[in-house]
Design a protein around this ligand. Sequence first.
Ligand SMILES: Cc1cc2nc3c(=O)[nH]c(=O)nc-3n(C[C@H](O)[C@H](O)[C@H](O)COP(=O)(O)OP(=O)(O)OC[C@H]3O[C@@H](n4cnc5c(N)ncnc54)[C@H](O)[C@@H]3O)c2cc1C
Length: 433
Amino acid sequence: MRVAIIGGGISGIASAFYLLKRNHEVDLYESKEQIGGRAGSDLLDGRWVDFGGKNIGKNYIRFREFVETCNNPEFEYFGINTSQLINGRIVKLNRDGAKLYNLIKVIHLCGLPGFIKIYPHIKAILHDRSQGVLASDHFKKLSDQSDNLTLAEYLPRRCIDNVVRPITIRMNGAEPDECYPGNFGSNLSLVVDSYEQLVTGMHQLLNTFISRHINTSLKLLKEHRVISVTRNQKSLQIGYRNPEGTGTEQYDRIISALPAHDLATLLDNSLPEAANLFRQINYFPVGIAIVKYKNDVFPENRRAMIFDRDSPLSNAGAYGINDLNMVRYTYSGRISRSIITEQTSPETVIGLGETIASPYFNIAENCKEAFVYKYFSKGLCGYSAQHHLLLEKIDRIIEKMNGFGVTGDYRRGASIEACFRAASECVDNVIGD
Ligand SMILES: Cc1cc2nc3c(=O)[nH]c(=O)nc-3n(C[C@H](O)[C@H](O)[C@H](O)COP(=O)(O)OP(=O)(O)OC[C@H]3O[C@@H](n4cnc5c(N)ncnc54)[C@H](O)[C@@H]3O)c2cc1C
């Protein structure tokens, strides 16, 4: 079959991976000059660095299968070694390898009532990892019972402030009062994983995949913005705009691998009812700066710090286990939204991060050598209340355009592994067995 994929981010690449495995012909449309989407690689002082998708869980089974087919590049252990600022006090969150210490720490931070409420959900994930995604059976049930409340209402205050908020602002860009219990499983599954990083980064991995398949079954159409998807009696049609003008192309199948808000814009004319439903899925801004300093900023035993709710800086951490002189500053959450916008200059944003983090790390006396910065106005997905019901409604409408499928970070969760799982399910659905 000839299949078009719209979007060259992780979800689009994952869809291409599963289609090529089944020997289909794939055209991958990407509106920008570069693939990778929100993984957003950039050159820092001659080295490719990644903004998103840096941490790869040991339980990322599908993604690791993909990695193996791309010359199997090396991973390095990253671990956690994080501290958190709680009411002006530095609290060491966890120690590498110290399971009992870490468990007691979590119970202490959550408070017993909070821990008792969260624990059955952690247990469900540990028992069956496939439950730790959006719209799994366990979390559908929780959603039906409790999504009339926000996470902030569902859990005790101490648990929210000390444990849940640092998770939601990092993974959803959202405050706990903007998130819902039924979706929290996709976050919890990441919390109970442990992490590694690709030594040579995501940029090289994705490009290895593309170069392996290009000129055979894969055509990469960079700078091709898809502007319409329609169906006539015989086939599906894509309308696109590229630097030379506009054009159309026919396909047997089409997969959208766009974030919900971009897909809503694309479907406004052909499936307006679905477009309106996609607009109910909330995305939140995130700013990320990666700054290289002359000397080490972090000590080895404290490579990151989570800041509290009064700070626009949500966390600052070492870029890699051996990059203690490179800081990844992340800005997300409500306060950050009120201070940082698309117009704020990178220098201002980085200066703000340095002022906040310098009392805890070697920044003030250090020399800044280079930086890269990105601001995603719709960077992290916060989903919606009763998200699984919304997805079911969307699927009923999408089905009407036979041969068209949709995947993305709003289907199974935002992690790279969840994007791979959603893509695999979408390909199964669209192509059939
Ligand atoms: C700051 C940040 C840190 C993260 N860290 C991690 C992490 O450590 N570990 C982890 O597992 N996950 C992480 N994630 C999550 C993960 O990186 C994202 O969920 C994933 O990259 C999303 O990929 P996507 O393909 O679904 O969407 P996108 O990356 O948004 O891809 C969509 C693509 O479609 C293109 N496009 C848009 N409109 C059109 C159009 N009309 N026609 C053609 N192309 C179009 C865009 O240019 C883009 O390339 C992070 C995310 C962010 C933002």
